[in-house]
Design a protein around this ligand. Structure first.
Ligand code: M6R
Length: 611
């Protein structure tokens, strides 16, 4: 939640910060603000998007080479001007931007009020800058020390940047639980929630660890922990191209990312699937092969779309590797006192690698001795760094709030893991393993084929974009696809949609079906095909409208559904990789026809770094 960006160098800070905020806008777009320091602190902030902030700034002269900016996803206090960041101290000499939540803000605020502090906003963040101010006064110390002492009193998560009018060429940043990357250029430094605001200026970066501070002053960077111990920053090269974070001619990031899937799926397999040698190379598993082979249970943990990928993972691990598997919502797992054993392997699935619930669930499992395997997209993210081993998706930045290419890459990785363990454990014969390898290799081309018919989905969308409800039904491997299809539709079009196992329909949701209800069936030719046909009949008998995703050449369902969309034939465990693509397109086109902002749907943020 929230994007932060800071700059200290020789160039004008304002354009760098504004451009950076636009790149980080996917993290939240309730309000935006900047603070520039040039003699005095100049703060401008505005409810709405970065464009509203730009309009507010207008042609105001804002000359400074030190500054910071924030784009907000509201937690404490409604989205309005006064709750927008940056927040200032009482004397106006200190300013802060913050991504995260200060959990003990209420008790701190009470104490600060007793000392005479007055608050202008409803935010937890404003409390932190007042705390820093109070500590600075009480200890008569510099801003670096005041921030360090204040953070030792804080409970919660944060990535912050603090500026002080009295220390003209100083920028202090710190993190715990929320991401923060520092870009190191020539005589200039960048601080941001992710590397996208930095990439065009430098590709030398360092990621702060939890409870670490960056002190940028006098042209140099010092990293310390909150115990005041100096750390040597690990400088690494960014593997990110500017074009990865631009729309590349597509109308929206979501559409671009849907169309990138042939490549992103191939990239997930690159170096791992060596077809000519009939081999999978999964070094993350090899590192702990015995533990994987002897695992009593797999626990797959994630949220939202990543949880849906996990559900497919459950089917894959049980089907191919015969390992008992459970998939858990991270937010439930962390609080429900789960049984976790040291022979369990926890697979944490997360595009951003920063989801707070998933991180907390990992910490819990780690404390019980489980091996943690991360399946993340964001390189260097908190989850990737916390895991004992893992496999990156290599999908490139996913900027559209609705996850698309990350999902198919997650499923690709999980499929490779299940196939590999199936072979190692002898639970699938070599012939089936080789057949699945060939099938997996064919996925990118088959996805391209589906995408070449995207217009068919646009036509279907035209008949349904005014619907108020949708049902998505599938069985077996296609049940999680139904859930994912429904999630995609609701998050970007605001149409209420539910996913269900097709056979469960008769236990309740069937009551919803009438001539107004579109029902999307994922009805490919697999082991439950005949049964799904019966479920389609049940919907048709009640005058529901059926949109069916079918296997190429299917004639039976064509005869009964109102609309069909064909996808190429593929082995059952890999069907989700194909079947989800038309559902992503369906939600995209419906949302566009309804005039929705698909890349920045209301109330959502790309990365949920709060509970
Ligand atoms: O970054 P993560 O994969 O951990 O994010 C998990 C969910 O927040 C995310 O998948 C969310 O559900 C997406 N908006 C779905 O499109």
């Amino acid at each position: 939640m929230c994007g932060i960006v800071g700059y200290l160098g020789r160039r004008q800070a304002l354009p760098i910060i504004i451009k950076g905020l636009k790149r980080l806008e996917y993290r939240g777009y309730d309000s935006a603000g900047i603070a520039l320091l040039n003699g005095s602190l100049d703060i401008v902030k505005k409810k709405g998007k970065v464009i509203d902030l730009e309009n507010e700034i207008g042609s105001k002269p804002m000359d400074a080479t030190l500054g910071m900016g924030h784009t907000r996803w509201a937690t404490h206090g409604e989205p309005n001007d006064k709750n927008a960041h940056p927040h200032a101290s009482t004397d106006g000499k200190l300013a802060i931007i913050h991504n995260g939540i200060i959990e003990n803000y209420a008790s701190l605020k009470k104490e600060l009020e007793k000392s005479g502090h007055k608050f202008l906003s409803d935010t937890d963040t404003e409390v932190l800058i007042h705390l820093i101010e109070e500590i600075k006064i009480q200890n008569n110390c510099n801003i670096e020390e005041a921030v360090r002492l204040a953070l030792n009193e804080v409970v919660g998560a944060y990535a912050i940047v603090v500026l002080s009018q009295d220390e003209e060429r100083t920028l202090i940043a710190a993190r715990k639980g929320s991401p923060l990357v520092i870009g190191i250029g020539e005589d200039e430094f960048f601080v941001a929630s992710d590397a996208t605001p930095i990439i065009e200026y430098t590709n030398n970066v360092t990621y702060l660890n939890d409870r670490e501070m960056a002190i940028i002053k006098d042209g140099s960077l010092v990293v310390k922990n909150l115990e005041n111990i100096v750390k040597t920053p690990f400088i690494q090269k960014l593997e990110l191209d500017l074009e990865d974070i631009e729309k590349g001619g597509y109308a929206h990031f979501m559409l671009k990312e849907i169309f990138e899937q042939p490549k992103s799926i191939r990239d997930a397999m690159r170096g791992r699937l060596v077809l000519r040698e009939h081999q999978l190379i999964l070094s993350g598993i090899d590192q702990y092969l015995n533990r994987f082979i002897n695992a009593e249970r797999m626990l797959l943990i994630g949220c939202g779309t990543s949880w849906h990928a996990g559900l497919i993972g459950e089917y894959l691990f049980e089907d191919l590797a015969r390992i008992p598997t459970e998939v858990e919502y991270a937010s439930e797992f962390r609080y429900r006192n789960p049984v976790i054993r040291d022979k369990d392997i926890v697979i944490a699935i997360s595009q951003s690698g920063e989801t707070a619930d998933t991180l907390a669930a990992i910490e819990l499992a780690k404390s019980k001795g489980s091996l943690i395997f991360g399946v993340c997209n964001a390189v260097g993210s908190s989850i990737a760094r916390t895991a004992d081993a893992g496999a990156y998706l290599h999908a490139g930045p996913e900027i559209g709030v609705a996850s698309t290419k990350a999902f198919t890459s997650q499923v690709t990785i999980l499929a490779m893991m299940a196939m590999y363990l199936g072979l190692k454990k002898g639970t699938i014969p070599l012939s089936k393993y080789q057949e699945l390898l060939n099938a997996l290799d064919s996925v990118p081309d088959k996805v391209s084929k589906i995408l070449s018919k995207a217009d068919e989905i646009l036509e279907i969308s035209k008949s349904f974009y005014q619907a108020t409800n949708f049902l998505y039904l599938g069985r077996g491997y296609n049940f999680p696809v139904a859930l994912e299809g429904a999630l995609k539709l609701k998050e970007i079009s605001y149409i209420h949609a539910e996913g269900y196992p097709a056979a469960e329909m008769k236990h309740g949701p069937i009551a919803l079906i009438d001539e107004e209800m579109p029902v999307v069936f994922i009805a490919t030719k697999d082991s439950s095909y005949e049964k799904v046909i019966s479920n389609i009949q049940e919907v048709k008998a009640r005058k529901g409208k059926v949109i069916a995703i079918v296997t190429e050449g299917d004639t039976e369902i064509k005869g009964m559904a109102d609309f069909t969309f064909e996808i190429p034939n593929i082995a059952d465990p890999l069907v989700p990789l194909l079947a989800v693509v038309p559902l992503q397109l369906l939600s995209y086109h419906i949302a566009i026809l309804r005039g929705c902002n698909v890349d920045q749907p209301r109330n959502l943020a790309k990365s949920v770094t709060v509970e």
